[in-house]
Design a protein around this ligand. Structure first.
Ligand code: UD1
Length: 420
């Protein structure tokens, strides 16, 4: 018999003090993939200690990079790339491993990898990635779950119109285009802050990318990239999760090391719920009422809309509001799996397709629940902090993908959470 790890969350304790927000998972992963494009060493600061970051490190090592970690700094030496394949078990460890495809073909002219694993949020196709790379001259043979890719001579710049502003596809195209021959123009590109961070890193390495953060990104291919030093942006979803934890427990909490510009879509939700949010520079403070107000409607949209990754923790918070909140999930199918677990804790939620209607209840109760995915798991932690009694949460591998020792962070601000 082997034991399953659990978080035991004793609800009903107010949070207090200040918490530092770690570097963004969704920035660190593409930036780490990008390090393999350099003929030299890159030093990446503010890399969070997450299992997805470790999975990226394992992939880079397999490809031939030498990596040293010192706290949250990773030094990646990619002078000697020795292979263009990623074994199936490494691809399956992390859904976002597909972002390595653009980088590997860019550096090596070939790639062999399997489809990224799982269907955590419903089907996650990669058709936009493959169509774009084919437009750039990549020959892709899809067989038996593997992608066998090669380039005749060079990847070529192309005009790529994305039918949806996919974050991963935009990143993959940037990685492929930065060393391609000629100019690539992406229209309807994703505009997330993580795209800007990737462009800033690549430009510091000698790349020529303009327009990142807007709908049109232009990449002039260069012959070679060199290593550089780069600091990953703060994690806007981790910051939002801590804000929901403060709000649901009626607490006053400080956040430091944030970028408030990346939180402009979520701050109004907290204000609507009756919280007072103040910020200056990289610090923010939230003061929460005894009873939260409902949020009329939360619609998830591509950036700069409300982030789909924040939907679950904000829903947890809405379960204890004094009325009805409505959620519309426009980005992923099956992104309401946490709703079923929240029901076990006494929440009142009805889901119909893309829409979830949350009727606020008086109390949540501790229960045995399982994290269905990364942000759904975070939502259950948030709910547990405000529930009467103890919540036992399993499925912690999901949470460890995106939150750096969640239990230590929360304990440091007064929560009673332990891992057994
Ligand atoms: C990234 C984030 C993830 C976030 C998501 C949306 C990383 C590592 N992950 O995921 O946390 O929830 O953005 O903000 O940065 N789609 C297709 N075909 C494709 C690609 C995407 O149909 O080839 C669809 C997806 O199924 C989904 C939507 O487009 O419905 C958005 O996906 P995308 O923006 O690509 O998300 P990811 O890059 O996977």
């Amino acid at each position: 018999m082997f034991a399953v790890s659990k978080l035991i969350i004793e609800g009903g304790h107010k949070l207090e003090g200040e918490i530092s927000v770690h570097g963004a998972k969704n920035s660190a992963l593409p930036v780490l993939a990008a390090t393999m494009l350099c003929q030299g060493q890159s030093v990446i600061h503010n890399c969070p200690g997450l299992s997805d970051v470790e999975a990226s490190v394992r992939i880079l090592r397999h490809l031939g990079c030498k990596i040293q970690r010192d706290g949250s700094t990773l030094a990646v030496d990619s002078r000697n790339i020795v292979t263009c394949d990623i074994p199936d078990e490494l691809m399956r460890e992390m859904r976002s491993s597909i972002v390595f495809l653009g980088a590997i073909v860019s550096r090596m002219g070939c790639a062999r990898l399997s489809f990224p694993g799982g269907c955590e949020l419903g089907p996650r196709p990669i058709d936009l990635h493959l169509k774009a790379l084919r437009q750039m001259g990549l020959l892709i043979d899809e067989q038996h779950g593997y992608l066998d890719c090669k380039v005749k001579s060079h990847l070529k710049g192309a005009h790529i119109a994305l039918s949806f502003p996919s974050v991963g596809a935009t990143e993959n195209i940037m990685l492929a285009a930065v060393l391609a021959k000629g100019t690539t123009v992406i229209t309807n590109a994703a505009r997330e802050p993580e795209i800007i961070d990737l462009a800033n890193y690549l430009n510091a390495c000698g790349g020529k990318i303009t327009g990142a953060g807007g709908g049109v990104v232009t990449i002039d291919g260069v012959a070679q990239l060199h290593g550089t030093e780069h600091t990953v942006i703060p994690d806007r979803i981790a910051a939002t999760t801590f804000l929901t934890a403060a709000a649901i427990t009626g607490s006053k909490l400080g956040l430091k090391d944030i970028d408030v510009g990346h939180l402009s879509q979520v701050i109004p939700m907290f204000e609507e719920a009756g919280c007072i949010v103040r910020w200056e520079g990289a610090r923010m403070e939230i003061a929460s009422p005894r009873k939260l107000h409902p949020i009329k409607i939360v619609r998830t949209m591509p950036y700069p809309g409300f982030p789909t990754d924040a939907q679950a923790p904000v829903m947890a918070m809405a379960t204890l509001a004094s009325g009805t909140s409505v959620f519309v999930e426009n980005i992923f199918e099956s992104r309401y799996k946490h709703a079923g677990e929240l029901l076990r804790m006494g929440a009142n939620i009805k889901v119909e397709g893309k829409v979830a209607v949350v009727e606020g209840v008086q109390n949540l109760y501790g229960a045995q629940v399982e994290a269905p995915d990364l942000r759904g798991g975070a939502a259950l932690v948030v709910a547990g902090l405000a529930a009467e009694g103890a919540t036992q949460l399993t499925g912690l591998h999901h949470i460890d993908r995106g939150y750096e020792s969640m239990e230590h962070s929360l304990t440091s601000i007064g929560a009673k959470v332990r891992r057994i």
